[in-house]
Design a protein around this ligand. Structure first.
Ligand code: APR
Length: 223
């Protein structure tokens, strides 16, 4: 089982949220990633996600994403990601579960089961679902339910090894997933800096950037 956060995509050019130049340093998420923001100023919210989607089109998976694909040659690998980019999929990972939604997808504001792949990067006011209601980003906003947390917990409970890559573990319920491993399941955290009190759990810390730390660890597991 692999749990990834914004840090695995940082070296692909996608900003993290809480690092010095993080996304939340330049925006107030309460103004952008919430149902209230969508209700009060939908154009501002659309602009924010359109900008991130446009940037994503120029980004490529990095060596960390690719190493996780290589791991599939000998292991059953499931990736649970907090990221809304599609870099794991574009690298070739087969089993990717998004906790916080997907930037390349949009959905009906009235019928949440109507989810569509967005062509290009721009979602506009007036873009409607097949039943005629406005489309919104297929993103889990603060205060909204994480619909995929149950299957994610079940996957972590079955894990032989949990590898955590590039997350500050500050946002729940995603961060709580590390507590669902069996006692005999080792946890490895790959992150250049971290503040998790790893004394609590037997977490092996690899203090490295994802693009070097993940390939190294994957080679260790493959050999
Ligand atoms: N390689 C690996 N890790 C890195 C790198 C890198 N090159 N650069 C930064 N990191 C680490 C940081 O040290 C930090 O621990 O990535 C983590 C980024 O943390 P956050 O910015 O908080 O991102 P994340 O944990 O994914 O945020 C969780 O918060 O805003 C919400 O929905 C949003 O999914 C996001 C959630």
């Amino acid at each position: 089982m692999v749990l990834t956060g914004a840090g695995i995509s940082a070296e692909s050019g996608i900003k993290t949220f809480r690092d010095d130049d993080g996304l939340w340093q330049n925006h107030h998420f309460e103004k952008l990633a919430t149902p209230e923001a969508w209700a009060s100023n939908p154009q501002l919210v659309l602009d924010f996600y359109n900008a991130r989607r446009k940037q994503l089109l120029e980004c490529e998976p990095n060596e960390a994403h690719k190493a996780l694909v290589k791991l599939e040659s000998q292991y059953e690998v499931h990736i649970i990601t907090q990221n809304v980019d599609d870099l794991h999929e574009r690298a070739g990972s087969k089993n990717v579960l998004h906790l916080h939604g997907e930037l390349r997808k949009v959905r009906s504001t009235k019928y949440p089961e109507l989810v569509y792949e967005l062509e290009g990067w721009e979602l506009k006011l007036g873009d409607k679902c097949e039943k005629g209601t406005q489309l919104r980003p297929h993103i889990v906003w603060f205060g909204e339910m994480v619909a995929t947390i149950e299957p994610a917990i079940q996957l972590v409970q079955k894990a032989d090894h949990l590898i955590v890559i590039g997350t500050s573990l500050m946002v729940y319920p995603a961060a709580g997933l590390i507590n669902f491993t069996q006692d005999n399941c080792p946890i490895t955290l790959i992150d250049p800096k971290t503040n998790t009190d790893d004394q609590l759990r037997k977490i092996r810390l690899i203090k490295e950037k994802a693009s070097t730390g993940v390939p190294k660890f994957v080679n260790e597991l493959l050999n």
